[in-house]
Design a binder for this molecule. Structure first.
Ligand code: DGP
Length: 143
């Protein structure tokens, strides 16, 4: 990222700079995909653009496109790796939408029939060993 496009205090910019570790699933010049540490379902991945902006309202369209193209790529790998019954693509904007990290990001969430998941999920720490194993399982199928 150019200096203009990163934020010193943003936790996702810190992950992009390698200052905070993550379970990486995929990376190219435009996006980074990594496991959510508070997964709402096994295999929950986040895709972030390598451009700091707060949300979809403030993000240039080209970067929104890059983020969602990355989400599509990861979703295909999740489908191949985990064979879920479905996948939700979720993207929150603002506190009223429960956005908690203010760097545009796209959630890729594998779903099972009748898994009971609702949009009112709480952030709870996941099992790091299990998250790491799922990262490897998904990463090998990113094309
Ligand atoms: P949202 O609530 O839509 O802003 O989603 C932010 C997500 O980011 C939330 O599911 C938890 C996740 N998250 C927060 N901090 C970290 C972190 O340091 N590492 C990782 N891998 N995920 C994080």
């Amino acid at each position: 990222m150019s200096p203009a496009n990163h934020d010193d205090e943003c936790i996702f910019c810190k992950i992009l700079r390698g200052e905070i570790p993550c379970f990486k699933v995929y990376e190219d010049d435009d996006v980074l995909a990594f496991m959510d540490v508070n997964p709402v379902a096994p295999g929950h991945v986040l895709v972030i653009p390598k451009h700091h902006s707060r949300d979809i309202l403030e993000t240039p369209p080209e970067w929104v496109g890059k983020a969602f193209a990355g989400a599509g790529r990861v979703a295909r790998a999740v489908q191949k790796s985990l064979a879920p019954d479905g996948i939700n693509i979720v993207q929150a904007n603002g506190p009223g939408a429960k956005q908690s990290v203010f760097h545009l990001h796209v959630h890729v969430i594998p779903r099972a029939m009748d898994d009971g998941l609702t949009m009112n999920w709480e952030l709870e720490p996941g099992d790091m060993a299990a998250i790491g194993q799922l990262a490897e399982k998904i990463a090998i199928n990113v094309e």
